[in-house]
Ligand binder design. Sequence first.
Ligand SMILES: Nc1ncnc2c1ncn2[C@@H]1O[C@H](COP(=O)(O)OP(=O)(O)OP(=O)(O)O)[C@@H](O)[C@H]1O
Length: 579
Amino acid sequence: MQSAIKLTKYLKPYMVFTIIAPLMMVLEVAMDLLQPTIMKHIIDDGIAKNDTGYVVTMFGLMILCAVLGLIGGVGCSIYATKSAVNFATDIRKDLYETITYFSSRNKDHFTLGKLITNITSDVESLQRALTMLLKIFVRGPLTFIGAIIIVFFTARELFPVLLFVVPILAFSIYFFTKISGKLFLKVQEAIDQVNTKVQENLAGIRVVKAYNRKKHQIEKFTSVNGSLMQRNIKADQIIGILGPLTMFVVNIGIIIALWQGAIKVENGTIQVGVIVAFINYLMMIMGGLMSSSAVLMNIARAIPSANRIVEVLEETLDIKITDNALSTQLKGQVEFDKVSFSYIEENEPVLKEVSFKALPGETIGIIGATGSGKSTIVKLIPRLFDVTKGEIRIDNIPIKQIDLQTLRSAIAFAPQRATLFSKTIDENIKYGKDDASSEEIIEALKSSQAYEFVEKLDAKENHFITQGATNLSGGQKQRLAMARAFVRQPAILILDDTTSAVDSISERKIQKAIREQFKDSTKFIVSSKVSSIRYADQILVLDDGEIVGLGTHDELIKDNKVYQEIVDTQQVKGGMLDE
Ligand SMILES: Nc1ncnc2c1ncn2[C@@H]1O[C@H](COP(=O)(O)OP(=O)(O)OP(=O)(O)O)[C@@H](O)[C@H]1O
């Protein structure tokens, strides 16, 4: 419930709608409550006394009430929807923004399936609960209480029937709502599981096919889907009993009212109109109780959603934003000062006391065995993670004091896994620079050796990349990801193993382009291939998170054992593999 209260801040901008909606509903309920009483007067004072004028006047009053009720109902719907939809849209937007600030460590706290459920069905469930709350929460109790009061004053002779019917109705509704609330919670958990399975299976569809695991995956999906079905059936069956049961109780109430009413009419204690009005009010009481329980049920279902939403919104971001951070033009001198880093605090550091200095314009090659920490070093520069110990400085300023936007704008980062978006090639490249001209895009494509294949495509730069870039080869994806980095003309260029799927001739052309076009940028090239970093100004040799060698290729080959070993394993007669 606390989470739901926290989310009420999203209602503030729509307070006017949120207040008007229930007020309009009060108007509708008041008009509805008047109808049976008017009906009673038509029967007892109009029809029974043959007073046509009175009947016509009362019909007019009924129509007026109906119109006012209609205005109230429609108005309530409009304002309730405005409030709930805007409320949900703002929460969805904030959730999305928060998730975009998540570091990998933050993302690990939630599965992708959960985050998608969070941003879609959890928000939807809150929106539904709020709409119902604004529309029906006023209507339910008001109709219920209003009808009881009117019966007490206008049909007191039949009031004892209510004393019998209402407690049974209230207890049945409370009982079934409580049970079904718990069951619907389980349904929501099953929906989460189905979402996670679908997301996992679709993302890994090729692996599933390649390893012939289709049957296995279908079986797993069938199992979670079956569990969702069972839970849905159980919840729906329980809630399905409620409708007929309450109707049965009300019907018994009507029979008793007619029986008692008939005796009293015979005795002359009440008139027929009172019985008609009573039956109407009895139906209203049932409707009021049922709709109140539906709202309560929706609120009960929305509370776990609210908890999950708040959990994401309040996730402590790894990357802390400093107040008064510096926004300055960066030249690109990068210095690591005894930097240690652990992805998981209690685990052994992945980087241990790493120190080096890269001057603007220099090329730094980073080489080492798989898992030695190469990618981790470069991920610390744009603050995808923050160091655990030590300090990174750019242009002698600690990076935590540099405005994050300024820092990241000065860096072009092509990650190890080329990620492209389902947009055209042109739009994907513009991710690197919003206002890149066609000439700049072509230049970047040429530098990354992508131009040749792009030119052969029917739509050229407007070729649409499918989701997951399934319509491109691994090498093509890497070239486009590099073009996106190149178009930026950054102070710091980071290429994290971006040529693993690129042939050696193209790679040499890319290296040449980088040397010529990024003379002033500090360039970090991560690779497990000596041929990719051989001409770097400084090569960092990493072994198990430690720098075990720092120098040029010629220096390291003379006296660094680890580097020599790497070179030896990649050497073929007369030169380097891939050379
Ligand atoms: N997000 C993460 N969470 C936890 N551990 C991680 C994460 N990313 C990497 N690691 C671990 O950190 C260590 C260094 O990983 P890193 O990716 O920096 O190595 P690498 O030298 O770039 O390897 P490769 O050549 O295979 O790309 C590895 O042991 C890896 O398992």
